[in-house]
Ligand binder design. Sequence first.
Ligand code: HEC
Length: 159
Amino acid sequence: MRKTLVVTLATVAISVAALAGADGHADPKQIEAAVKARQAHMQLYSFHLATLGGMAKGEIAYDAEAAGSAADALVSLVQLPQGGYWLPGSDNASIENTRALPAIWAADSKVGEAAGAMVEAAMAMQAAAGTDLAALQGAIGAVGEACGGCHKPYRASAN
Ligand code: HEC
């Protein structure tokens, strides 16, 4: 199951080429919608990570049910097909209003591996979050690293 997910994510860049037009790029409206959708996906990551991170830091009282449901949400998010959002031609060198770097679509891109690390971290968090605070605290670092491990090479820093 996990391996399948990683492979699926790794082939995202290839499969989205099928959505593109003859020149290899989707039309501008389709691209704009795709960028908004992936940014919304990221906002959902942030929302649920904030719950887990807040509990890990003691800023939010630990609640096993709320922690478990935030972790479930992260796992659901990593399992959503994302191919439609990451269209070729939607990088920050080609269009405005995105921080996605062209490296995502480069031939030697390791974005699939970065996505795979996110899958692993989310699943480990799902196993830990509802157990107790110590288990949640033990799993939170890997989730943050998985976010940063993709943002560093593949997301432009904020202006
Ligand atoms: C596989 C790569 C990858 C992973 C994993 C990843 N991100 Fe992102 N994230 C990106 C990219 C690329 C962008 C820029 C998207 C754009 O602007 O089109 C981004 C943008 C964002 C944004 C800004 C969204 C907006 O509204 O512009 C937030 C917030 C964010 N990520 C949070 C997270 C969090 C939290 C995690 C981990 C739980 C995470 N991301 C994991 C690649 C990733």
